[in-house]
Design a protein around this ligand. Structure first.
Ligand code: PXP
Length: 241
């Protein structure tokens, strides 16, 4: 497999549907269009407030897609229960704040370490791969190693916000350094948040990068060119053809 691979996050197809409380656009139909391209997985975030993806979407996606389901989630007990029932390929554990527009930062691992242990053990028992969404820093990687988790997803939001501005080099350096450290520790590296065809290029130089999860920019672009073409454009940008 040529890395990095692409996971398409389809949350915002559901955002459009929930805006009207109707049955369309259908997230499974969207996932199937994404899967006509050479993508690795479909990513969907079942938020505690159910603002976009609903429980039934997760069950339907697992039943209907032919690639893999990466389920993003906080460790809310009802969501953990659904994940254990659905048995996705991977769970990416993220922090959630109800008032946030989107996931605003990585997990606070020193605070959550003990709560995470049981949840990770229950996923391990089912053979579900666990990934922790974290800020690119070495202290968190040490905790990830301690927890025995095989994957991290580095939050690229600060880099995305700094793209083309003064802070860009600093943010990239943080990502590059953390990725090198993760590889040294034997932890697999994923990345995501705020990535676009324009800003994804420098991310590709992160050492050991396995998977990139991208949602908002692909779904936004699909309004103009269609979902198939929007996914193809992103694959071209990460040159995974
Ligand atoms: N990765 C994680 C862990 C996320 O929480 C999100 C947003 O749900 C994404 C990737 C995708 O971010 P974006 O929609 O900005 O591409």
């Amino acid at each position: 497999m040529k890395y990095p691979v692409l996971g398409v996050n389809i949350d915002h197809v559901a955002t459009l549907r929930q805006a009207r409380g109707v049955g369309y656009p259908d997230v499974v139909d969207a996932a199937k269009i994404c899967e006509e391209s050479d993508i690795f997985c479909i990513t969907a975030h079942l938020r505690e407030d159910r603002r976009h993806i609903q429980d039934s979407d997760i069950y339907e996606l697992k039943k209907s897609i032919r690639t893999r389901l990466n389920m993003e989630m906080a460790i809310a007990p009802d969501v953990v229960k659904i994940a254990l029932e659905v048995n996705p390929y991977m769970v990416t554990i993220v922090p959630e704040k109800r008032e946030e527009l989107t996931t605003e930062g990585g997990l606070n691992l020193s605070l959550l370490k003990d709560d995470l242990k049981n949840v990770i053990a229950s996923f391990d028992k089912k053979g579900i791969i666990v990934s922790l969404f974290i800020e690119p820093n070495e202290e968190d990687l040490v905790i990830v190693k301690e927890l025995g988790v095989p994957y991290v997803e580095f939050h690229t939001g600060s880099y995305a916000n700094s793209y083309g501005k003064d802070g860009e080099t600093y943010e990239l350096e943080r990502l590059y350094t953390a990725a090198r450290e993760a590889v040294k520790l034997g932890i697999n590296v994923n990345a995501g948040h705020g990535l676009t065809t324009e800003n994804v290029g420098p991310i590709l130089s992160m050492e050991g990068l396995k998977e990139i999860n991208i949602g908002h920019s692909i779904i936004s672009r699909s309004v103009f060119v269609g979902l198939h073409e929007a996914v193809e454009e992103m694959l071209k940008a990460i040159d995974n053809k």
